[in-house]
Design a protein. Structure first.
Length: 313
């Protein structure tokens, strides 16, 4: 039976399982087996069981030391609880993401803007609560084995305290970029990506441009060995959405009118999950454009409407 998981080796001790969410694998061979570290886990228990089966098949007597989570979205940590209970492994994450992993109700509350409706409290938007054993911080170098270490790199924007994980394996390095960037095949299919803070996301994209590695693995999409072109494509998608929102404001519009315009122009049929996720993203764009002084709001007739700011000569 096929698992749908394709393993791609990148260095002697680093590779990843290519899937809907890419899962990084760090493997240190030892006399009595293989020490393993994972970068993120799949969304569902079923897929996580398949992942563990693949790890057992590929690596002699695997022992999972830790799951290194880039962020707390369910498609990156949904398998944590299963693997923690199965193997006794530790879970590592940044401070902000650890709070959200331990209190996942905050995930859907952030998207919804209050106590969420049950229709969006699915496994695709909210993982099971998972304790975090180690807090990672940018600037620290965490040794795993001889000539093998990870460097957390802060990449906020897609989410509150998301981090990339650069793995140094001897003279070669692999950077797992999480949702700080999307693969070319993904961005062309899903032009609008979920963003918590659009301004920080743009800053993180420019930061990614300066990360040096031999291979770059986005959270979703194909691995690349050159990052500049992919950064430019992701930045183009963000800037085009900014322009789309500004162009729509030929007259003051409510948030829902702006959301409808963005969805219609991108041919996105909004079901409840998309309505909340893309709606949350549009609000993030509005906040960033407002902070830059490019749009303003007015409240009249008990409605908030957004309008474009005319630049002063």
């Amino acid at each position: 039976m096929t698992t749908g998981l394709e393993y791609v080796p990148l260095t002697e001790r680093v590779g990843y399982f290519k899937g809907a969410t890419n899962i990084g694998v760090i493997a240190e061979p030892q006399d009595d087996g293989t020490r393993l570290w994972l970068v993120d886990t799949p969304n569902t228990v079923a897929l996580t069981k398949c992942l563990w089966g693949e790890l057992q098949r590929r690596f002699p007597r695997p022992r999972l030391d830790a799951i290194i989570n880039t962020h707390s979205h369910a498609d990156h940590c949904g398998g944590n609880v299963f693997l923690r209970e199965l193997t006794g492994c530790a879970v590592w994450a940044t401070k902000g993401e650890s709070v959200l992993m331990e209190l996942p109700i905050l995930q859907t509350a952030l998207v919804y803007g209050g106590s969420p409706i049950k229709d969006i409290e699915s496994k695709y938007l909210k993982a099971d609560p998972c304790p975090v054993d180690r807090i990672m911080r940018e600037g620290e170098q965490i040794p795993l084995a001889q000539h093998l270490r990870i460097d957390p790199i802060a990449l906020p924007g897609h989410y509150i305290d998301m981090a990339a994980v650069r793995v140094q394996d001897g003279q070669r390095s692999v950077c797992f970029l999480a949702d700080g960037i999307s693969g070319r095949n993904v961005i062309q299919r899903y032009w609008i990506q979920y963003l918590f803070n659009e301004h920080e996301f743009k800053s993180s994209l420019l930061k990614i441009k300066d990360i040096r590695a031999d291979a770059y693995v986005p959270g979703h999409g194909d691995m690349v060995t050159e990052i500049e072109g992919l950064v430019e494509l992701n930045l183009l998608a963000v800037l085009e959405t900014e322009a789309m929102i500004e162009d729509a404001l030929t007259e003051p519009l409510t948030f829902e009118e702006i959301l409808k315009t963005v969805a219609d122009r991108n041919q996105i049929p909004l079901k409840v999950s998309q309505f909340e996720l893309i709606g949350s993203t549009v609000r993030s764009y509005l906040s960033s454009l407002h902070a830059e002084g490019r749009i303003a709001y007015e409240i009249t007739g008990n409605k908030m409407r957004w309008k474009k700011v005319t630049p002063t000569p």
